[in-house]
Write a protein that binds this ligand. Structure first.
Ligand SMILES: C[S@@+](CC[C@H](N)C(=O)[O-])C[C@H]1O[C@@H](n2cnc3c(N)ncnc32)[C@H](O)[C@@H]1O
Length: 253
């Protein structure tokens, strides 16, 4: 117990340092108005390209056919297959940054009967229903997950912990690679902190990152708290994107 308190305190300490460097980073990028303008005009062009790519994308078409709310469903399906079908083994899953809801759709398809899914997002999300024969309890919460920890915890009994924590969360991207990388790493570290509140020993954590210089530090950090850590780039994640997923299993708290 003392050990886990110490691990959590040292993790929080590292988090505070990282937050300071992100704020500095943000400040540096924002005072350079010419680069902000260049960034804005290239983003306008790139959003046109994004729309065109969406029209041609096979996973977007598949998602429509299968009734998934977004192509992201295929990322979770592939990771689940490659990482030992952890969804099927989970009785309690928490989906952080769940909207529009395709990961939650996949989760309820795969989870056991009479299990529980808690979703949270800053954005509104259309309700997810349990498959008729499964009686899955689904709780939707709205807000920043880091500000809603007591609320999330209140939907678990005192001795109840999640088997699996999912995070496909992404901060608003700026188009500046280093900044986006640092912001998502910060979000991941906050999710690791959250794991100490809600994840059961032996549980697993899946998180999205934008790959960059802090990857190795994140891997080492996770290795302190989990038995095994893997980085996975699913086929459905666009190759030109730095998006990658980190799957950590065997929570050692
Ligand atoms: C890529 S989307 C998730 C897609 C989802 N996995 C799906 O399959 O439909 C990322 C989501 O993370 C949410 N998000 C980002 N930061 C968050 C935070 N701090 N707390 C809660 N949600 C957050 C965003 O609002 C956004 O809806």
């Amino acid at each position: 117990m003392l050990c886990s308190e110490f691990a959590k305190a040292s993790h929080t300490f590292k988090l505070l340092f990282q937050h300071k460097s992100i704020i500095q980073n943000h400040y540096l990028y924002n005072i350079d108005t010419s680069s902000t303008f260049r960034k804005y005009s290239s983003l306008t062009k790139s959003s046109g390209r994004w729309l065109e790519r969406q029209r041609r994308d096979a996973f977007v078409k598949q998602a429509k056919i299968h009734g998934y709310r977004s192509r992201a469903a295929y990322k979770l399906l592939e990771i689940n297959d490659k990482c030992g079908k952890f969804l099927e083994k989970s009785k309690i899953i928490i989906d952080l940054g769940a909207a529009p809801g395709s990961w939650s759709q996949v989760a309820v398809e795969k989870m056991k009967s009479n299990s529980k899914l808690i979703t949270i997002d800053i954005l509104d999300m259309e309700t997810i229903l349990s498959p008729e024969n499964k009686n899955i309890k689904i709780i939707h919460l709205k807000g920043k997950f880091e500000e809603s920890i007591p609320q999330i915890r209140s939907h678990l009994n005192e001795d109840e912990y999640a088997d699996c924590l999912l995070s496909d969360m992404a901060p608003n991207t700026s188009g500046v690679k280093t900044l986006d990388h640092n912001r998502i790493i910060f979000l991941c570290n906050t999710a690791i902190d959250f794991a100490f509140e809600v994840l059961k020993p032996g549980g697993c954590l899946l998180m999205k990152i934008f790959s960059g210089s802090e990857d190795a530090i994140l891997r080492n950090e996770l290795k302190q708290y989990f038995e095994d850590v893997q980085f996975i780039k699913p086929a459905s994640s666009r190759s030109e994107s730095s998006e990658t997923y980190v799957f950590a299993k065997g929570f050692k708290v």
